[in-house]
Design a protein around this ligand. Structure first.
Ligand SMILES: Nc1nc2c(c(=O)[nH]1)N[C@H]1C(S)=C(S)[C@@H](COP(=O)(O)O)O[C@H]1N2
Ligand SMILES: [Mo]
Length: 501
């Protein structure tokens, strides 16, 4: 084996791969997030310092999790190959590395909020299999270095490689199917009215604005979940407790029996940069949160509705927002005429008009606790604000940045939002010239976005077009540039383009 560095490196890689795959499969049959690979990934997400997180979101957008997993895979395989190379005199270096990985996975799994103590089992199994596979490969090599040794090595390496692929694929398939509770799901579908078609004039999609309703598949997605939680509608329960007179324990049948509301709401993420894509609109169906709270009887002194998801994410919504009769705040189970897609919180999530999603829109909701603001939430621990009303914003969708246009008259169009108040006016300025008022789309409600368009005259040359919105309280979007931390970005969106003769 001393003379075969390539085989040693490959042994390390194969042992690591088969170990991770075995852990992944065992986890898939119980709790998918207990997969050592995913547990470490989830912990990395939770432990990442804020600047790193922002960088990842900015650089990779919704692909950030794929990039993380790919980076982890490369790191593990490179280290495993290195440990294999070091194992010249025997398997010890590789065994140490694999055990180290195993410990890392166990610690990560043991500290995940959504996993019980059994969550470490997949990591322990993976460690055992990894150590065994590596030892067998390295030891087998020491016995025979000739052609037979070569053949034996290729055989066992091939078997291990194939085993890793089969186990890993089986694990991924098993965790994505899950147990479907057909009856509960059918009851859910029956309670959701078909999507109300948007009235004409509510968007300028032909000019490049979004359509009024964002399709579920196109709705922006932001969450900390490395694998999408797949909850079973039949066994879903929501606990309502804390500062209440009567604790409640609600199941889906109970929720579906209650009076429901169907309303379009525009959701916005606090991480949306000026001009960014994290804003979408859907018609949500659900039960007013206030109804459930009234039933539980909120005790005096409660300030915050502290919500927890099945995967341990927490958010704190100011109580006055969810009990404000002027704005929808729902335990939502329907989205655009369908049950919530798994990515958007199936079977039940919160949606609150006028607050950024991180503190008002918990997906995969399982627990509501009435507390004071002393109880600190996931994003607050990471430096985001305790209160975060959505800031009035406008975005230019046409022209696109750096478009080359024909000089002369051209249409500028975009979208603006100011939930829960709504948009009163959008103005556009070219090259810091006077602000001119744009035409607005038909208003649906203050809880939804509004599209705008205007004709401008562009002489040949480079131009900067900027927009600003004024909400129904009369407040105009500030030009002052501020980043997304701690409570949402401000500033005008501006687009540079060139006009040619
Ligand atoms: N369980 C859970 N709910 C969550 C989050 C999360 O990470 N986990 N992210 C929140 C954030 S930051 C936003 S902006 C919205 C996004 O909802 P969407 O992905 O359906 O658009 O969900 C909120 N609810
Ligand atoms: Mo967000």
């Amino acid at each position: 084996m001393r003379r075969h560095p390539g085989r040693r490196a490959l042994s390390g890689v194969l042992a690591a791969a088969v170990a991770l795959a075995a852990g992944h499969l065992l986890a898939a049959t119980t709790a998918p997030n207990a997969s050592p690979f995913l547990a470490v990934g989830s912990s990395a997400i939770d432990l990442a310092p804020r600047p790193l997180k922002e960088f990842a979101v900015r650089q990779f957008g919704e692909q950030d999790k794929t990039v993380l997993l790919a980076g982890m895979a490369v790191t593990v395989l490179v280290l495993a190959a290195a440990a294999g190379l070091l194992s010249r005199r025997g398997p010890l270096p590789g065994v140490v590395l694999i055990t180290g990985f195993g410990l890392l996975g166990s610690v990560a799994a043991a500290t995940r909020p959504d996993l019980g103590p059994l969550g470490v089992l997949p990591s322990l199994l993976a460690t055992g299999i990894g150590v065994l596979a590596f030892t067998v490969l390295v030891r087998g090599q020491r016995r025979d270095c000739g052609d037979r040794g070569r053949r034996d090595f290729l055989l066992s390496a091939g078997a291990l490689g194939a085993g890793a692929v089969v186990l890993g694929t089986a694990g991924t398939l098993a965790s994505s199917t899950g147990t479907a509770a057909r009856t509960a799901d059918r009851a859910l579908r029956e309670r959701i009215p078909p999507l109300t078609p948007a009235r004409s004039g509510t968007d300028f999609a032909r000019l490049g604005t979004p359509r009024f309703h964002t399709r579920n598949a196109d709705f922006y997605r932001v969450d900390t979940a490395l694998t999408v939680p797949r909850l079973d509608a039949g066994s879903w329960r929501l606990r309502v407790h804390g500062m209440v007179e009567r604790e409640r324990d609600i199941d889906l049948a109970d929720l579906l029996r209650r009076p429901r509301e169907t309303v379009p709401i525009t959701m916005t993420c606090v991480s949306n940069e000026v001009g960014g894509p994290y804003v979408s609109t859907a018609e949500f169906t659900g039960v007013p949160i206030a109804d459930v709270l009234a039933e539980a009887g909120v005790l005096p002194g409660a300030e915050q509705l502290f919500s927890t998801s099945s995967d341990g994410y927490t958010a704190g919504t100011p109580l006055d927002a969810v009990t404000d009769p002027a704005r929808p705040a729902l335990l939502a189970y329907g989205m655009n005429g369908e049950p919530l897609p798994a990515e958007h919180g199936y079977p039940v999530r919160m949606v609150t008009s006028g607050l950024y999603g991180y503190l008002s829109a918990t997906k995969w909701l399982v627990d509501l606790k009435l507390t004071t603001f002393d109880e600190v939430t996931y994003w607050e621990e990471r430096g985001w604000a305790e209160h975060a009303p959505i800031k009035t914003q406008s975005r230019i969708d046409r022209p696109r940045p750096f478009d080359a246009l024909a000089a002369g008259r051209t249409t500028v169009a975009g979208v603006a939002w100011a939930q829960p108040h709504g948009i009163r006016q959008v103005e556009v300025s070219v090259d810091d010239g006077p602000w001119r008022s744009a035409d607005l789309s038909a208003e649906v409600s203050g809880h939804t976005w509004r599209m705008w368009r205007i004709e401008v005259d562009l002489p040949p040359g480079g131009h900067e077009i900027r927009s600003r919105a004024t909400d129904r309280t009369g407040r105009t979007q500030t030009r002052w540039r501020q980043g997304t931390v701690p409570d949402g970005a401000t500033g005008h969106h501006s687009v540079f383009c060139t006009a040619r003769n």
